[in-house]
Design a protein around this ligand. Structure first.
Ligand SMILES: [Zn+2]
Length: 212
């Protein structure tokens, strides 16, 4: 009797979580966000905060999907176009896109240091769907050599660090140029992080969970 009750409860719980997924997608769509994997661009996804392969060594959210505000997604498509036109064409592997405020709180709990993580009270540009973390990669999805790995908080990750092998330096400068031309601004301390211009205007901090 007890076991049957437990099974019923598990079914009910499962039904709730399954039906909640389209509702999350709808809520994100209403907020102007789009599923980047549906854009049919040669992009690769290595969403690090859905794994322990990030500086916190913890999974920060469950879904390895990339949603961006449509303004940022449009600009990313422009960047893909520009990268494909380079003498040595490349594309991008995406590390982090939109993340809900709840994820920001977890990051802050792990590392309560404003030099590394935007405090939840302020919110991150990632919480607005207007920031993207990415690295150049080849068309098989293999990342190309860059100054550092993701979430490296040393000077080597700074945009004004120049003591790098020539190919790496060139690639970082090309990335910076392409992203700027596509409509992003860069961050001095993280070569992989780009904000879509205009992120402050009409792009509120969101706390909608990422759908699975
Ligand atoms: Zn970022």
């Amino acid at each position: 009797m007890k076991r049957a009750w437990l099974i019923t409860l598990l079914f009910a719980f499962n039904a709730v979580s399954v039906t909640a997924q389209p509702a999350l997608e709808d809520a994100l769509t209403k907020a102007g966000l789009v599923d980047v994997a549906a854009l049919q661009a040669p992009l690769f996804f290595d969403i690090r905060y859905a794994t322990p392969r990030n500086f916190t060594k913890q999974k920060i959210y469950d879904s390895p999907r990339c949603f961006l505000h449509k303004d940022a997604a449009q600009a990313l498509l422009k960047a893909v176009e520009l990268a494909a036109k380079q003498k040595e064409p490349f594309t991008f592997c995406l590390w982090d896109c939109y993340r809900p405020l709840s994820a920001q709180k977890k990051l802050w709990q792990a590392v309560p240091n404003p030099s590394y993580v935007a405090p939840p009270a302020k919110g991150s540009r990632h919480n607005r769907g207007m920031a993207v973390d990415l690295t150049p990669c080849d068309f098989n999805g293999t990342p190309l050599p860059m100054p550092t790995e993701f979430d490296n908080f040393t000077k080597r990750a700074h945009m004004d660090f120049y003591d790098l092998p020539p190919d790496v330096l060139n690639r970082r400068e090309t990335l910076k140029k392409i992203m700027t031309q596509a409509g992003f601004t860069y961050t001095r301390t993280e070569w992989w992080h780009f904000d879509k211009t205009g992120w402050k205007t009409n792009h509120p901090v969101l706390d909608i969970e990422l759908p699975l």
